[in-house]
Design a protein around this ligand. Sequence first.
Ligand code: GLP
Length: 260
Amino acid sequence: MRIVIQPDAAAVATFAAMEIANQVKSKPSSCLGLATGGTPVGAYRELIRLYKSIPISFANVNTFNLDEYVGLAAEHPCSYRRFMNENLFQHIDIPLEQTFVPIGDAGSLHGECLAYEERIRSLGGIDLQLLGIGSDGHIAFNEPGSSLASRTRVKTLTQLTRTDNARFFDSIEQVPKSAITMGIGTILESRSILLIACGAGKADAIAAAVEGPLSAALPASSLQLHPCVTLVVDQAAAAGMKRADYYRMSEAERARLEQL
Ligand code: GLP
């Protein structure tokens, strides 16, 4: 796992946007896996800024979002579809029909989950998956205890996740109790993964994901199984890692080798 410790959230956003832009530049028909939540907002803002300042096109890109709340229609102000349209898609040249977010109010939720998996497969799989992390170590909406082999399905949200996400709603009662989420097995099939985390509230989860045991109790620890993960954190989110000095040294050595 490559661990990059940045001075602050702005630097995390810049790093993430550059990674996504480089992926699209090297493969214009990339399939991107995208995330929602507070953390990726800065990265999307920076990606939009890059889009306006360098020659890059998303016209041939397909995107798959990690998850969507069950019961929320696309037009709902708190739906992840709406979040993505407003924070990214409407600012770049990606055709909306190439952007996929699970349909939270589908007639058959099970059918939607199967169709989502099939769509990812039929478009060749995800090249780069962007991830955030929940304060309890969840990725997408794979709550603690999720099978490490899980596929896209409906998952009940924990009280902690509903409380953490209540800030996007008028009240906690309005936060849906379940969501459609890509599974951990689905996420691990991505060719590369970029996890971003900022703030002291993520420090314990990050330390456990990187340095703790591999366990379904902490879904992000499953990334230890993946051969191509980059984890980008700010100082506050890095504070719980015991080997932070080593990770800083590794990045310095990596930069030195790149100069040769
Ligand atoms: C939600 C999303 C996750 C995200 C997490 C953390 O639970 N389903 O994909 O990583 O929130 O979000 P934030 O970045 O707002 O802390």
